[in-house]
Design a protein around this ligand. Sequence first.
Ligand code: ADP
Ligand code: MG
Length: 694
Amino acid sequence: MSDFINVPEIFGADVFNDATMQQCLEAKTYQAWKQCVSTGSSLPLEIANDIAEAMKIWAIEKGATHYTHWFQPMTGITAEKHDSFIAPTGDGKVIMEFSGKELVRGESDASSFPSGGLRATFEARGYTAWDPTSYTFVKDGSLYIPTCFFSYTGDALDKKTPLLRSLDDVSREALRILRLFGDDQAQRVHVSVGAEQEYFLIPKALYAQREDLRLTGRTLFGALPPKGQELDDHYFGTIRTRVSNFMKDLDEQLWRLGVLSKTKHNEGAPCQHELAPIYSNASNACDANQLVMEIMKKCAAKHDLVCLLHEKPFAGVNGSGKHNNWSLCTDSGRNLFSPGKTPRQNAQFLVFLAAFIQGVDEYQDFLRCTVASAGNDHRLGANEAPPAIVSIFLGDELNAVVESIIHSSSYTDPEKGLMRIGVDVLPPIPKDTTDRNRTSPIAFTGNKFEFRMLGSSQSIAGPNIALNTIMADALSRFADALEKAEDFDAALHKLVCEAFTAHQRIIFNGDGYSDDWKEEAACRGLSNLRSTPEALPSYISQKNIDLVTKRGIFTETEFRARYEIHLETYRKVINIEARTMVDMALHQILPAALAYSSDLAEAVERKRKAGIRANTEADLAQRLSDCCDSLYEKCEQLHKALKAVPSGSQEAADYHNRITCPQMQALRKDADLLEKLTAKSYWPYPTYSDILFY
Ligand code: ADP
Ligand code: MG
C-alpha cells in the first residue's frame, strides 16, 4: 500500500490550469482571461496584475522562489532564465513580488541563441511574451511561464510563434469548409497531436566511461555484440526493475505537470523504450513533449541511468524516432478525419482527406526538410525507419475508395461499383493496429495521420507547422472553389476527384523498405532527399517561401533563418563528432591496442627464448600493428580534412556529407576491428555488450 499514488489528485497538481484559475482568481478576472484566450486578444494590464498576484501566491505555496519565462528557441530544446520574486523593502528585508508586466513580457539576451542572421548585432536583446493559451506551472522551485520568443524587430526567434500562427491558419480554413457543409456551430478547429517518444536507457556508470556518448550522445565506435535485437526478445518484453522504477517515477512527475503520459513499453532494440501520451492540442503537445524529453533525462540520472534521445546511439540495432499522430477536431469534439456514417459526413471527410493528400504531395520536400538532421540521417532510409521518400499509406479500404472515385470520373470501369461523393456511404474503415504498414512515413490509422519520420530528439514543432500550413493552404483553395460554386455537389465531386487523380502518386501501400519502391518512387517523380545537406536547399525553394509567407506563418527572413540554423547545426554536429573520434582514436584506442600488441610481442620474445613457438601471439601482434597503422593514418586524414572545411554553410554541409562522413566511417571500421582483436582487459571503455546487455 505504501506505493499508492492517487493519480487523479496529483494529476496537474503543479499546473496553474483552468480549474486552479477558477479557484484562485476572482470570477471577473477568470472570465477576462477566458475571453482573451478564446478571442486571441491580449490581456489588459490590470487583469494581468490580478492573475500574476494569484499565481505568485499559488506558486510560493508550491515551493517556488523564482519565476522564469520558458521558451523554445530554434535549438529545438527549451531555454529559461530565472528571476526570484524578491523585492527589497528598504529596511534590509524583502517581500515577494510579481507583477502582471513580469508575467506577460520578459526581456532576455538573445545573443547566445541561434538566430540564423535574424538578430542584428547592435540589437542583441530578445523578448518573450506569455502565451496565455499555455498554462504556467511550478517545477524545481520556479514558476514556469510558457512564452513566445522574438527579436526587437518582431521576428520570431522560436518554434512556438510559427506553430501558433499555423494553428490559427488551419483553424480558419477548416472552418470555411465546415460552413459549406452547414456547420455553423464550430468556432475553432483544433489540431490534435500525440507524440510517441522512443528513447534508450543505459547505466550511468558505463555512459560516464565513454567520451563519445558524453560529448555527442551516440557511440562513434563499437563492434557489434554477438547478440543484437534479432531474437525480438525485448519488444514489449517484461520491464526490468530498475527501468520500471524509473518509469513509475517519470509518470508521476509528468502527471504532476499535467502531461497525459499513458503508455509505456520496451521497444525493439535492447535498452530501448517508448512513452506515448494521450493526444492533446498541438501547442500543448509540443510543450508536453519538451517536458517529457527533459524530465526523462533528469529522472534517469536519479535512477543511476542515462536517457539517450539521440536518433542512433548504437550502430546495428534500431535507432529512436518519434511518431507524430495528427488530426483535426472541432471545438465540440468532432474529429474531421473520422469517416462519418452518412453520405454527407463522408463527403466532408473526403474533402479533408483530399486536401491532406494534395498538400503532402505538393509540399513533400517541405515536410522532409523539417526532419532533416545529422542524427536522423542515420535512420531515414536505413530500413529501420521510413525511407527519405515521403508517401502516404491509406490501407486497402480507403485506397479502394480513392481508386473508385478516380475511376468514376473517367468512367473506365462502370462495373466496379463506383463511389459517388455525397450519395454513397463509405465502407467501414478499420482502425487497424495489428498489421499496419510500419514502413510508411505517413499512415492513415483510422481517424488520424501518423507522421513517422521524426527523429527522437527533435522538437515536434517543425513537422506540425508544416502539416498545419500545407493543410491550411489546400483547404483554402478548396474553399475558394466551393464557395463560389453554383452546383455545390458537382463542384465537390470534381474537386475531390481531381485532387485524388492529380496526387495519387503520393499514395503507396507497399513495402517502403524495398529497393523496388525507390525505383518506382523515382518513376512517379517523388523526391528522395537522402541526407540533410541534400535535402535542405529545397527547404528554401521559391514554392515553399511563397507558401509560408502567403499563409503568414513565416516572413521570408524568418524562414531563411531556419534554413541557416538547420545547416549550421548539421555542420557543428559533424565537426564535434569527427573531432571526438580523432581524440578517442589517438588517446584511447591506439594506446590500448598498441599496449596489447607490444605485450604480445614481448611474450613472443620470452617464449622464443624458452624454445616455445608463439605463432598466435606473433600473428595477433602483427594484425594489431597493421590495423594500428591504418587507424593512425585515417586519423591524420580526418584531422586534415577537418582543416579544409569550406566556410559557407551549405558548402560546409556538402563537404561533410561527401568527405568527412565517409572518412569517419572508415576510421570506425579500423577501430572496431581493433576492438575485436584486443584483449578485453586492455580496452579503454565499455563495449556494446557491456552497455546493451548489462
Ligand atoms: P501505436 O504505437 O500503435 O501507434 P500508441 O497507443 O503507442 O499507438 O500511440 C498512439 C498515439 O496516437 C497516442 O499518443 C494517442 O493519444 C494518439 N492519438 C489517438 N487518436 C488521436 C487523434 N485523433 N489525433 C491525434 N492523436 C491521436
Ligand atoms: Mg506506440
